[in-house]
Design a protein around this ligand. Structure first.
Ligand code: PZK
Length: 303
């Protein structure tokens, strides 16, 4: 079922015109009409079970933006950040810590998902077909198992309110052309592998993630866009918990961010109608969990 979600009006920003909102982010274009730039603002909204929840998680947008920037710095590929562009419009001070000033790209309508472990929609598809996005996998995989090698499992970007649809590599080639499809796959697997190894060195398992790419209309360059490797676009697990065979599976695979919210909602809501307001304690613990991921990843390299 497709549900049309009402979102609160995002703040007006001087010099910028709001054009689009996702569940947790807002997109603005320059009031000047300069089509080379965009402002991507990470809100403090949090979503779970397909609902945007009340209240917000203060500090979440800044935290995820810091994490995205940290990863961009460590990924050896052109990205959409335009902070250093000499003609870039000014970023409003009110959102400076959770905004990314970006080059405006021609986006590809493919979500570039990479999975190093099988869970969620990937595990569901494997369970019913033995394959994910056309990639045949060995039998006997259970929820959360790490794969021998990461797999590229693209999805078609559905309009707001609909779920993305897993597609085969061949279908992605029909959507963007075979040359670009191969570029997206190669770049996604390379970035994932680098990030997975870096996370592992910090006691964190990167189970899966989603990248989005676009093309710079002025240079023709393939560019990494969107937020990258945040806990909203990725599943991170605590390695110590994952490896603790005495723990129940749900605890080994507790996501690094929203698990607290999901567990609270599961216990306090029948998933009918509007979800209940999150208690302050849940808000605070959720923020702490996001902060812990950032701290772990960005801590000085363990000896
Ligand atoms: C772009 N989104 C996702 C959805 C948001 C963001 N550099 C870019 N150039 C052109 N388009 C985009 C980007 C980026 N990043 C990103 N949609 C378009 C999105 C909803 C709210 F803030």
């Amino acid at each position: 079922m497709v549900r049309v979600t009402t979102l609160p009006t995002p703040p007006q920003l001087p010099g910028w015109r709001h054009t689009y909102s996702g569940k947790v982010r807002d997109l603005y274009v320059p009031e000047s009409g300069d089509e080379r730039f965009l402002l991507v603002v990470a809100s403090n909204r949090i979503s779970a079970f397909d609902h945007v929840l009340d209240p917000e998680i203060p500090g979440k947008g800044a935290l995820l933006t810091t994490l995205s920037r940290w990863w961009f710095d460590r990924i050896d590929m052109p990205n959409h950040l335009a902070d250093d562009h000499p003609e870039a419009p000014e970023v409003p001070a009110s959102v400076a810590d959770r905004a990314m000033l970006t080059r405006r790209l021609e986006m590809y309508p493919v979500e570039c998902v990479v999975r190093g472990a099988l869970t969620g929609s990937g595990f569901a598809e494997y369970s019913s077909t033995g394959a994910v996005c056309g990639i045949e996998l060995p039998g006997g995989i259970t929820d959360g198992d790490q794969l021998d090698a990461p797999i590229y499992t693209p999805a078609y970007k559905a309009p707001l309110g609909e779920h993305d649809e897993n597609i085969t590599f061949e279908r992605s080639a029909e959507l963007v052309g075979s040359v670009v499809a191969e570029q997206l796959r190669a770049a996604s697997l390379e970035i994932f592998t680098r990030a997975r190894d870096l996370a592992a060195a910090h006691g964190v398992i990167l189970a899966d993630t989603k990248f989005e790419f676009g093309r710079d209309p002025s240079t023709g360059e393939l560019v990494l866009a969107d937020e990258v490797l945040t806990s909203d676009s990725s599943r991170y697990w605590d390695a110590a918990a994952y490896l603790d065979a005495s723990l129940p599976r749900a605890e080994r695979l507790a996501s690094f961010d929203k698990q607290i919210v999901r567990d609270w909602l599961a216990a306090n809501w029948d998933r009918q109608g509007t979800p209940p307001t999150l208690p302050e304690e849940i808000v605070a613990r959720t923020y702490d969990r996001y902060a812990e991921l950032l701290q772990r990843l960005t801590a000085a390299d363990p000896a």
